[in-house]
Design a protein around this ligand. Structure first.
Ligand SMILES: Cc1cc2nc3c(=O)[nH]c(=O)nc-3n(C[C@H](O)[C@H](O)[C@H](O)COP(=O)(O)OP(=O)(O)OC[C@H]3O[C@@H](n4cnc5c(N)ncnc54)[C@H](O)[C@@H]3O)c2cc1C
Ligand SMILES: *[C@@H]1O[C@H](CO)[C@@H](O)[C@H](O)[C@H]1NC(C)=O
Ligand SMILES: *[C@@H]1O[C@H](CO)[C@@H](O)[C@H](O)[C@H]1NC(C)=O
Length: 587
C-alpha cells in the first residue's frame, strides 16, 4: 500500500468532488464535439506549452484555434487540482506510463534496469502530474542557448516572458523586479513541515547563501517556490485555459490522438487525428504547431516522415525531411538519500489521513494536502568560488517525507529492518545532476502510432557525469553531517546498501556504485527537437521554432531546448510557449 492508502484516496475524492464542481461549470463551452474542417492554427497537445499557446493565440479574436489533446479533461477528477495528488497520479489514466529501454550504465538496482517515465495524458499535460517546483533555471542557461545560435533567447530576451505568466503570491517578492503580479500562473510557497527551518539553518552553517533562486542569485539555498494558488495546483489548463474557455474562436478537443502531420510539397497543411475510433483530417490555413512534449513531438514528426533518414528507411516511412529528430535527448538524474529523524512533523501516512488534515485543507487550503513536500531547493557549483559565469552543476533538494511509492523505487533496496525507522517519519535529501554530458535518443518502435516509442536516455554513458555526481554527493555528505542535521538525528546509515557492500562505505567507488544502481529520473526529458542556427546540422528547428525545410510547421515545447536548463523544466517550457505566441502572431 502506498503512502496514501486507497481509503485515504477515496475519502479525498469523495469530499473534494463538491468543492471542485465549480471548476467544471466554469466554461465547458469550447470543448467541441463537432470539429470544423479548417482552422487557422492547429495545436497538437494541451500540456505545459500547448495550453498556454492556445490561450495566447486565441486572444486575437480574428484567428481560429483548435487544440487537440490525447487525454481527457483535467476537470474530470478533483485530485488533479490537489497538490499532494502528485504522489498518486502516476500509472493512472492521466499518465502515458512510459518505460525506457534497459540501461547499460545505470539503473542496476531497479527492476529490469528500466527507468519509469510518467508523462501527462490529460488537458494540462505533465503540469498535472508534476511536483510543482517553479524554477526558471540559471541566466547562463539562456545565454548559452543564444551563444549556440538561438538568436533572441538570451536571458535578457526571455525574462519578460517569465514575468508575463507570473502572479507572485509571496508577499516579500511582490516588489522584486524579477517577479510580477497579475499573470495567469500562481506562484507561492507551500511550507508545511517544521523541517524547512532546519534545512536552511544547516545550509547557513556551511556558508551557503539563502536566495530567491528566480531572482538575482540562482546559487544557494531557498524555500521552494511552487506553481500553487491558494492550495490548488496551478496546472496550465487550470490557470491559462479555463479562464478563456468561453472564446468562440477557440475549440478544444480532448481524447484526440494525432497520428501524423499532413504535408504537401514541403508545407504542413493539416493533421490526421483519431477520436472515438474515427479518423479525421483537419486542415490549418496558417500553421500546425506540435506541443506534444519531448517524447510526443519527435514521435509525430517521425511518423510524418521528418527524422533521421536511415531510421525512417528501416521502417519504410517515406522521408520528407532528413533531420536529427529524436537525437540529443537529455534528462536530469537524482540520487536519493533517505534518513530518519527524531523530530516530528514529516509527511507520513498517518499525518495525511487525519481528519484535521482534511478540515485544514477545505477551510484554509493549507496543511498536508497542499504541498508536494519538496520544501527546499539548492543550486551549487561543486567546486566553490566567487563570481561564476557558468550555470551550476548540481541541484540539491529536500522532500520532507519518505514516500513509499514507485516514484522512489530505490526504497525497495533498503533492508526491511531499517525501513521501520523511516515509517516513523524522516526526509529524503536528493543530489541532482544538472548538466549531463550523456545523450540519448527517441526512436519509433514501428509505424504504428499507438506503439510506444523506444526511449533510450543512455544515462551515465559519459564517465564525467559520474564524477560530477561524486562531487555533488560529497557536498550533500557535508551537509547531512552538520551540527544542525545531527541535532535532529540525521544519519547516513540507510545508504549502507548490501548491493555495494564490497566497496569501502562512502568511498568514491562506493558512491559510484550507489549512483549506477539507484539514481533515477527527475522527470525532465528535453531537447529532442533541438533549436539553433539553421546551418547547424544538429538542429531540428530554427530560433523561430520552425521545422527546417518544412513550411507552416513549428514545435513549441520542452523538446526545443538545445540543452536542458539548470533546474525543473515546467516554467522554462511555459516561457517558450509565451515567446512562441508572440513570434507566431508577430506581436
Ligand atoms: C512526475 C513529474 C514531476 C515533475 N516535477 C516538476 C517540477 O516540480 N517542476 C518542474 O518545473 N517540472 C517538473 N516536471 C517536468 C515538467 O512538468 C515538464 O518538463 C513539462 O510539463 C513539459 O511540458 P511539455 O509541454 O513539453 O509536455 P507535456 O506537458 O507533457 O505536454 C504534452 C501534451 O501532448 C499530449 N500529446 C502527446 N502526444 C499526443 C498526440 N499524438 N496527440 C495528441 N496529444 C498528444 C500529451 O497528452 C500532453 O498533454 C515533472 C515531470 C514529471 C513527470
Ligand atoms: C541489470 O543490471 C545488472 C547489473 O549490471 C545485470 O546483472 C542484469 O543482467 C541487468 N538486467 C537487464 C535486464 O539488463
Ligand atoms: C536527536 O538525536 C541527536 C543525536 O543522537 C541528539 O543529540 C538529540 O538530543 C536528539 N533530539 C531529540 C529531541 O531527541
Amino acid at each position: 500500500m502506498g503512502l496514501l492508502s486507497h481509503f485515504t484516496l477515496g475519502l479525498v475524492v469523495a469530499v473534494l468532488v463538491a468543492y471542485f464542481m465549480s471548476i467544471k461549470k466554469n466554461g465547458g463551452s469550447s470543448v467541441v464535439s463537432d470539429i470544423k474542417k479548417k482552422y487557422d492554427y492547429i495545436i497538437v497537445g494541451g500540456g505545459s506549452a500547448g495550453a498556454v499557446l492556445a490561450s495566447r493565440l486565441s486572444e486575437k479574436d480574428d484567428v481560429t484555434v483548435l487544440l487537440l489533446e490525447a487525454g481527457g479533461e483535467e476537470t474530470d477528477k478533483p485530485i488533479y487540482h490537489v497538490p499532494t495528488g502528485c504522489y498518486i497520479l502516476q500509472k493512472t489514466e492521466a499518465d502515458w506510463g512510459y518505460y525506457t529501454e534497459p540501461q547499460k550504465f545505470s539503473h542496476f538496482g531497479v527492476k529490469g534496469n528500466r527507468s519509469y517515465w510518467p508523462r501527462g495524458k490529460v488537458l494540462g499535460g505533465t503540469s498535472i502530474l508534476n511536483f510543482m517546483v517553479y524554477n526558471r533555471g540559471s541566466r547562463y542557461d539562456y545565454d548559452n542557448w543564444a551563444s549556440q545560435g538561438c538568436t533572441g533567447w538570451a536571458y535578457d530576451d526571455v525574462l519578460s516572458y517569465f514575468l508575463k505568466s507570473e502572479d507572485i503570491l509571496i508577499p516579500t517578492l511582490k516588489d522584486s523586479k524579477f517577479h510580477n503580479t497579475g499573470g495567469y500562473l500562481g506562484v507561492s510557497h507551500a511550507r508545511v513541515t517544521p523541517f524547512v527551518d532546519y534545512y536552511l539553518k544547516a545550509a547557513e552553517e556551511l556558508g551557503f547563501k539563502i536566495v530567491d533562486y528566480n531572482g538575482e542569485d540562482f546559487e544557494g539555498f531557498a524555500e521552494t517556490q511552487f506553481t500553487i494558488r491558494n492550495g490548488e495546483r496551478s496546472s496550465t489548463s487550470r490557470s491559462f485555459l479555463r479562464p478563456v474557455m468561453h472564446r468562440q474562436n477557440l475549440h478544444v478537443s480532448p481524447h484526440s490522438i494525432v497520428v501524423k502531420v499532413i504535408i504537401e510539397k514541403q508545407v504542413a497543411i493539416g493533421v490526421e487525428m483519431i477520436r472515438g475510433g474515427r479518423k479525421y483530417q483537419i486542415y490549418a490555413s496558417k500553421e500546425v504547431i506540435l506541443s506534444a512534449g519531448a517524447i510526443g513531438s519527435p514521435q509525430i514528426l517521425m511518423l510524418s516522415g521528418i527524422g533521421p533518414k536511415s531510421h525512417l528507411d528501416e521502417l519504410g516511412i517515406p522521408v520528407i525531411a532528413d533531420l536529427p529528430v529524436g537525437e540529443n535527448l537529455q534528462d536530469h538524474l537524482m540520487l536519493g538519500i533517505p534518513t530518519g529523524v527524531n523530530i516530528t512533523g514529516s509527511f507520513t501516512e498517518k499525518a495525511v489521513s487525519s481528519w484535521w488534515t482534511y478540515v485544514q485543507y477545505f477551510l484554509f487550503g493549507t496543511g498536508y494536502l497542499s504541498s508536494s513536500f519538496l520544501e527546499v531547493v539548492a543550486h551549487v557549483h561543486t567546486e566553490r568560488c566567487e563570481g561564476y559565469t557558468t550555470a551550476p552543476d548540481i541541484q540539491l533538494f529536500f522532500v520532507s517525507g519518505v514516500p513509499k511509492t514507485h516514484t522512489i523505487e530505490i526504497i525497495d533496496n533498503i533492508k526491511n529492518e531499517k525501513r521501520a525507522k523511516l515509517d516513523e517519519g524522516g526526509f529524503f535529501g536528493f543530489v541532482g545532476l544538472l548538466h549531463p554530458k550523456s545523450r540519448g535518443t527517441i526512436r519509433l518502435r514501428s509505424r504504428d502510432p499507438f506503439d510506444p516509442p523506444i526511449i533510450d536516455p543512455n544515462y551515465l554513458s559519459e564517465e564525467d557525469d559520474v564524477k560530477t555526481f561524486i562531487r555533488g554527493f560529497s557536498v550533500m555528505e557535508k551537509y547531512l553531517t552538520t551540527k544542525t542535521m545531527q541535532k535532529i538525528g540525521v544519519t547516513l546509515d540507510l545508504l549502507n546498501f548490501e548491493l555495494c557492500g564490497r566497496h569501502e562505505f562512502l568511498s568514491d567507488v562506493y558512491v559510484e556504485c550507489l549512483v549506477r544502481h539507484n539514481a533515477v529520473t527527475i522527470y525532465h526529458p528535453t531537447s529532442t527537437c533541438k533549436m539553433g542556427s539553421p546551418d547547424d546540422p544538429s538542429t531540428v528547428v530554427d530560433p523561430q521554432l520552425r521545422v527546417k525545410g518544412i513550411g507552416k510547421l513549428r514545435v513549441v515545447d520542452a523538446s526545443v531546448m538545445p540543452d536542458v536548463t539548470s533546474g525543473n523544466t515546467n516554467a522554462p517550457t511555459i516561457m517558450i510557449a509565451e515567446k512562441a505566441a508572440d513570434m507566431i502572431l508577430e506581436r
